[in-house]
Design a protein around this ligand. Structure first.
Ligand SMILES: CC(=O)N[C@H]1[C@@H](OP(=O)(O)OP(=O)(O)OC[C@H]2O[C@@H](n3ccc(=O)[nH]c3=O)[C@H](O)[C@@H]2O)O[C@H](CO)[C@@H](O)[C@@H]1O
Ligand SMILES: C=C(OP(=O)(O)O)C(=O)O
Length: 420
């Protein structure tokens, strides 16, 4: 297994280009299954999760051409296997996102049950209840979700009992080809859902209320080929900002959007960062100052994202003062604090709250990555620690960060990958 070796303490400054958003690209790739011809998708990030989704679509029979310049062309007309196998689903929970499109387009779907992961139990009951309300018959058999429908799915009035990103995406993708109108209440409003909706609209879907918590979808009988560019990754953006803030540095990020990071940028300002933004760039400058610890609570968009919690916890670890971090979305998403404490952090865990008292310096140590964003927090910690940090199990980080060590080296970090 590859490891990252980081010599801490290098000054951090420079300019970086942000990649396309993993969490928008994954549902958009799944939604390509709905089209009646080839779709062209640009700005897909080079990530293991994207490769997994492309492999999954190919297994189902999609004809896929990848061109570095022209993007990815997906022709779903040749789909002949309506199964998402365990081998792929177990490496990426977002495989569940093919359920809605397969059912809507082909009337049958067999998707391996995704199960939980390091960050929590992550059930999919709301996805399944919504599809049943649209007329699907669903059974769980040999670890598979087996869904079928007699004719087209039917429009329905669906109240989702929790705000779920994946649930909203699956039901939205199912509803666009259903017969009649579907109303999704208590929908998630994440920018990646807006991007997915814009992709579906570009294919001819009729969706009202995009960006709100009520999506009204008038089903159409077919969706057309289209060309689409994936939005920038707001979590990659926030992660590099957090690295610069923790290191008292300065960074300019291009090909991104400030408007999708309001809650995060407000917390950086509270931590003492000077933020300036343009149409497609964000600059953060600590002017050499130590960050101030901030308190926050994760919640669905537009509130503070759970996917930025661990990076802020790493910044708080070396900040001035004390911050309370409350994780409300996933029950296990504070596990990285144990590794941060091994590096000399002072973090007290009380249920779903981490009380972080900033220390002057962290000390390098061998640490173990347990999930994607936890890994990012350990890399940030390694960059600001005294001495050497070795981050093991970095396959997690490769799921969601494109060439992270190359990008961080561009900012001045002393970081290298060693094959394991
Ligand atoms: C690929 C992708 O986009 N992943 C993101 C997506 O994950 P994902 O779509 O899995 O997360 P959800 O928004 O669905 O989960 C939110 C909460 O709802 C619960 N829940 C969800 C579905 C369900 O049927 N029943 C249920 O109880 C989950 O266990 C969790 O506690 O949104 C999360 C929350 O912003 C992010 O951290 C992930 O990065
Ligand atoms: C939790 C994440 O991803 P996934 O839902 O794919 O596990 C994430 O992107 O932080």
């Amino acid at each position: 297994m590859d490891k990252l070796i980081i010599e801490g303490g290098s000054p951090i400054s420079g300019t970086l280009k942000i990649s396309g958003a993993k969490n928008a690209a994954l549902p958009i790739l799944a939604a390509a299954l709905l089209a009646d011809g080839p779709v062209h998708i640009h700005n897909l990030p080079h990530l293991n999760d994207i490769t997994t989704m492309i492999t999954l679509l190919r297994c189902m029979g999609c004809d896929i051409t990848i061109d570095e310049k022209l993007g990815v062309e997906i022709d779903p007309r040749s789909v002949n296997d309506l199964t998402a196998p365990y081998e792929l689903v177990k490496t990426m929970r977002a495989s569940i996102l093919v359920l809605g499109p397969l059912l809507a387009r082909h009337g049958v779907a067999n998707v391996s049950f995704p199960g939980g992961c390091a960050i929590g139990s992550r059930p999919v009951d709301i996805h399944l209840k919504g599809l049943e309300a649209m007329g699907a018959e669903i059974t769980i058999d040999e670890g598979f979700i087996r869904a079928r429908t007699n004719g087209r799915l039917k429009g329905a009035n669906i109240v989702m009992e929790k705000v779920t990103v994946g649930g909203t995406e699956n039901l939205l993708m199912a509803a666009v080809l259903a017969e009649g109108t579907t109303v999704l209440h208590n929908a998630a409003r994440e920018p990646e859902i807006v991007d997915l909706a814009e992709f579906l609209i570009a294919m001819g879907a009729q969706i009202e209320g995009v960006g709100t918590d009520t999506l009204r979808v008038h089903g159409v009988s077919r969706l057309n080929p289209c060309t689409f560019t994936v939005m920038p990754d707001r979590i990659e953006t926030g992660t590099f900002l957090a690295a610069a803030a923790a290191a008292r540095g300065k960074v300019r990020l291009t090909h991104t959007r400030a408007g999708i990071l309001d809650a995060v940028l407000a917390k950086f300002e509270e931590a003492g960062a000077y933020i300036s933004c343009g149409d497609d760039w964000i600059e953060l400058d600590m002017k050499g100052n130590r960050p101030k610890a901030v308190s926050f609570r994760t919640a669905p968009y537009p509130a503070f994202p759970t996917d930025m919690q661990s990076q802020f916890t790493a910044m708080n670890a070396v900040a001035e003062g004390k911050g309370a971090v409350v994780e409300t979305i996933f029950e296990n998403r504070l596990i990285q604090v144990h590794e941060l404490n091994r590096m000399g952090a002072n973090i007290l865990l009380e249920g779903n709250t981490a009380i972080v008292t900033g220390v002057e310096k962290l000390k390098g140590a061998p640490v173990m990555a347990s999930d994607l964003r936890a890994s990012a927090s350990l890399v940030i910690a390694g960059m600001i620690a005294e001495g050497t940090t070795i981050v093991d199990r970095i396959y997690h980080i490769d799921r969601g960060y494109e060439c992270i060590e190359e990008k961080l080296r561009q900012l001045g970090a002393n970081i290298r990958r060693v094959p394991g």
